[in-house]
Design a protein around this ligand. Structure first.
Ligand code: ZN
Ligand code: ZN
Ligand code: ZN
Length: 378
């Protein structure tokens, strides 16, 4: 077992959270916002460490502005939990009692004619309640006004992503030893989930086992198809470890693959490798996509590469930066994202290869390091 899996990272400190809050307040001001409204979900976990046990119709809302101290509105009954879990020094709690109108209380924390960025996971019921209480206040989606909010990871976040990547690699190292031929996809998926947990994941989010024609659907999960000799199988799996995501894909062959499978796999491998080699600070996200797509297109499979090349990863497994045409955002050291080109031949088979990559001061560094050649399983 690698070092990365064995040593658990240091917990985030109250200062880590305070620094994140201070940074996003600056970012918000730069984006012309009066502040941010963050309700339970990944942004709130990242900013405060607080994840209410149940996300309910009761309003919980963090307000960050340049002029006031960070304030979180919480249901009165959840105040003790929030006080214990929300880590930052100087985070003020305000509560509202059942039977009162939380949006009236919330409106006291906001400017009546302000403009706020709102976390994407905010329930529409809450946003509509705020709009009713403050009809002249404007709201925009955080992923639109501050898409890079969580995109640059600090060292302790990268340590977690590294551990999650190593655990996913260990999972692949074991899954190639299980029997494929004659078993249902869902049985191999269960093996993947068990291995991810054995290697330290606290949460398994997806275990794609796309055998034969099912591999041609990029988001096929796993069904009752019986895997046969001669199939290719797309294995795409991940979840959370220490609160941070893993997401890796390898395509294996059950028994000796034919020449076409080998050729398609080699095109994808070259596209993935070239895209990885293109990673460096300052390179636009869309350039990484272009590099992978050009290789696949030149090989004649451009129409069969039907998704973006990658997505960011952190406290969620799909988040900015998106590695896709039109995203001109330059890569910055600390960004972490997938590079996962694929070729999908409907009714026949699919091939995808995916690693998580982080941007260093001069290049890219893979957080997944299992071999990328076409592995033959039984
Ligand atoms: Zn996906
Ligand atoms: Zn994946
Ligand atoms: Zn992915």
């Amino acid at each position: 077992m690698t070092q990365a899996i064995r040593s658990s990272p240091k917990p985030f400190t109250p200062d880590d959270y305070a620094n994140r809050m201070a940074r996003v307040v600056d970012d918000a001001a730069e984006a012309g916002l009066d502040g941010l409204i963050v309700t339970p979900g990944p942004d709130l976990v990242w900013l405060t460490g607080y994840r209410p046990t149940a996300i309910t119709e009761r309003l919980t809302m963090l307000v960050l502005t340049a002029r006031e101290m960070p304030t979180m509105l919480v249901p009165a009954l959840e105040r003790p939990d929030a006080a214990a879990a929300a880590g930052a020094p100087g985070l003020r709690l305000v509560d509202w009692a059942d039977g009162s109108d939380p949006y009236q209380v919330a409106s006291g924390l906001l400017r009546f004619d302000g403009r706020y960025g709102v976390s994407d996971s905010t329930w529409s019921a809450h946003l509509l309640g705020l709009q009713k209480a403050l009809p002249r206040t404007g709201y925009s989606s955080l992923s639109e006004c501050l898409p890079m909010l969580r995109a640059v990871k600090d060292d302790s976040e990268i340590a977690r992503l590294t551990a999650a990547g190593a655990a996913a690699d260990a999972t692949f190292g074991e899954i190639v030893n299980v029997r494929f031929a004659g078993r249902h996809e869902y049985e191999v998926a269960a093996d993947l989930a068990r291995l991810l947990r054995d290697f330290g994941h606290e949460q398994v989010d997806f275990t794609v086992v796309g055998s034969g024609p099912n591999g041609a659907n990029p988001h096929h999960e796993a069904d009752d198809r019986v895997i046969e000799k001669g199939d290719t199988v797309v294995l795409d799996f991940g979840g959370l470890m220490y609160g941070y995501g893993s997401d890796t894909t390898r395509t294996v062959a059950v028994g000796e693959p034919d020449a076409e499978v080998r050729a398609v796999h080699e095109v994808v491998r070259q596209a993935q490798q070239a895209a990885f080699e293109a990673v460096a600070p300052g390179v636009p996200c869309e350039e990484i996509d272009r590099v992978a797509r050009t290789i696949i297109t030149d090989a004649g499979y451009g129409g069969q590469f039907i998704h973006r090349t990658g997505h960011g990863i952190g406290v969620t497994t799909h988040e900015p930066p998106y590695i896709v045409d039109g995203v001109r955002q330059p890569l910055k050291p600390g960004m972490c994202f997938s590079i996962e080109p694929g070729i999908y031949l409907p009714g026949r088979f699919g091939v995808r290869i995916e690693d998580i990559v982080t941007v260093t001061q001069e290049s890219g560094l893979r957080l997944n390091n299992t071999p990328r050649d076409l592995h033959v399983v039984e």
